[in-house]
Ligand binder design. Structure first.
Ligand code: NAP
Length: 480
């Protein structure tokens, strides 16, 4: 029996675990550094946290949830959904909490991975699956003086729930997907809210709505109705992803919708100008909100567009030299998405380090398989993130491909699988050629490694990825 260790317990880990368990792989364990499952949906508890992909699509295809309370579910509900899926599929007993993986080394003699944990203990498995995702390491900006601040400060992914913004002067650094969700909440409480927005984003209206009792009954009694809604949302998102091409028809329509949303919600010319992006739509993640612009237009809110130059013990200094005295700073500055798996010291054949192999940016066949690292599988790996669409759809596709590789090992003829250099290089060349002419190459964004390579995103809609990963191609791998 092949023993399989999965690092993480978010949507990716659960997708793989369910897929493998259903295929008869029973020697499975999931190592989780925290004391609960859920990945980003456990960690990101800021006010208003939720998913900007509609829930019927942001769920596993085999686990529709007729009980979603609204079309765009909030964090708590999504977290409870993943917990229920893990329970139902028998994944919960496989979870090992408080197990932070710090290193993994391939042993060529025994064809096993030795996994080391933060308490120096080790475990040995035949197959190692990383499901740590792309957004698990909150990133604080390298702003001079950041450590000198005397008030309350925290990252949006580590929200301080003891902090009450009522009557306080609060600064928010960043205006991305997370900030857009919590700024309306802070704006309603703070005496003064100063938003440091380095770049504006395209923001579209969010067609959110609560599901009524009638919808829930319909989804439960006639599940096909929810399947139809899911299919409709999926089809729209596929077009949305295709529209992420400069000057495509869908792209032009989306841009019109976004700018009309801005003009309608922000009529004051100075603020309107600050919020108007000047780069191709889609280059940075397109955001959705009905409350963000009205919050910024409130009298107690300022938007500062000059860069943050320094943090002092009692405030933030902008690049124009103005000091903004505040009681609290919230950093909504995103995640260390580029250094894939860097927090784990992974050593493959011949002592090769994964960090060295990926020094110029991570790359992997189908985002999953890495040459020189046998029996290592990566879920939500390089070039599998989306500019539009449900990542869960992508995770399921990856899980199906991994399952086929592991079924071949389970069959007993082989003990190791490793992608060939040729297959991985050809795949990477193709993906990079497509990304070079994609909208993401037109501006600064978190999808790009400092080397210039776009390492996060899949270049296109989700169906082509699902098709490409549907059937394992044995010739792309060496089996032994
Ligand atoms: P983000 O999108 O990376 O945004 C970071 C923000 O911080 C940007 O506005 C960025 O400005 C700013 N920033 C970074 N360093 C700065 C500095 N030194 N000085 C001033 N500003 C700085 O981070 P996020 O909002 O946490 O979202 C990250 C990702 O998480 C999203 O793209 C998305 O994939 C995911 N997410 C998803 C949802 C959802 O609803 N599905 C919700 C939240 C997050 P620039 O734009 O100029 O770099």
């Amino acid at each position: 029996m092949t023993s399989i260790g999965i690092i993480g317990s978010g949507f990716g880990a659960v997708a793989v675990a369910v897929e493998l368990k259903r295929s008869g792989h029973t020697d499975l364990r999931l190592w989780e550094r925290a004391d609960d499952l859920g990945g980003v949906w456990r960690d990101n508890t800021y006010p208003g946290a939720g998913c900007d992909v509609p829930s019927p699509l942001y769920s596993y295809s085999y686990e529709p949830n007729p009980r979603w309370t609204r079309r765009y579910a909030l964090q708590e509900e999504i977290h409870s959904y993943i917990r229920k899926v893990a329970d139902k599929h028998g994944i919960t007993p496989l979870l090992r909490f408080g197990r932070e993986v710090i290193a993994a080394t391939w042993d060529e003699g025994t064809s096993t991975w030795t996994v080391t944990f933060s308490d120096d203990s080790t475990e040995t498995v035949d197959v190692l699956i990383s499901a740590v995702g792309q957004l698990s390491l909150p990133k604080l900006p390298p702003i001079p003086g950041i450590e000198t601040f005397q008030g309350t400060s925290f990252h949006s992914a580590e929200w301080d729930h003891d902090f009450d913004a009522t009557g306080k002067r609060v600064a928010v650094v960043g205006a991305g997907a997370s900030a857009v969700q919590f700024i309306p909440h802070l704006a309603n409480k703070a005496a003064r809210l100063t938003v440091f927005q380095r770049s504006p984003n395209y923001l579209m209206p969010k067609p959110d709505k609560p599901y009524k009792a009638f919808h829930k009954t319909m989804f439960r009694v006639a599940p096909v109705t929810q399947t139809v809604e899911r299919g409709g949302i999926w089809a729209i998102m596929e077009q949305f992803a295709k529209g992420l091409k400069d000057e495509s028809r869908v792209g032009r329509i989306n841009k019109k919708i976004a700018l009309r949303h801005l003009d309608k919600q922000v009529t004051e010319p100075t603020l309107n100008a600050k919020l108007r992006p000047d780069y191709p739509m889609g280059c940075k993640r397109i955001l959705f909100s009905n409350e963000f612009y009205p919050a910024l237009a409130q009298a107690n809110v300022d938007v500062v567009t000059s860069a943050v130059a320094a943090v002092t013990p009692d405030g933030v200094v902008d690049a124009d030299g103005n000091e903004h005295k505040v009681d609290a700073i919230v950093y909504a500055t995103g995640f260390d998405a580029q250094n894939f798996l860097e927090s784990i010291d992974i050593t493959g054949t011949g002592g090769r380090k994964l960090a060295t192999q990926w020094a110029d940016g991570a790359h992997a066949y189908l985002g999953i398989y890495v040459p020189n690292f046998p029996n290592l599988f990566v879920t939500y790996g390089p070039n599998t993130n989306l500019g539009g669409g449900s990542i869960i759809y992508m995770l399921e596709a990856q899980a199906r491909h991994m399952r086929q590789a592991l079924d071949r090992l389970k069959a007993g003829k082989y003990t190791t699988v490793q992608v060939t250099d040729e297959a991985e290089e050809a795949y990477d060349r193709e993906i990079q050629e497509r990304l070079d002419v994609s909208v993401w190459s037109y501006c600064e964004n978190w999808y790009r490694h400092p080397s210039g390579r776009i390492t996060s995103n899949w270049p296109g809609a989700t169906l082509p990825f699902a098709k490409r990963t549907k059937v394992l191609e044995p010739e792309a791998f060496s089996w032994s």
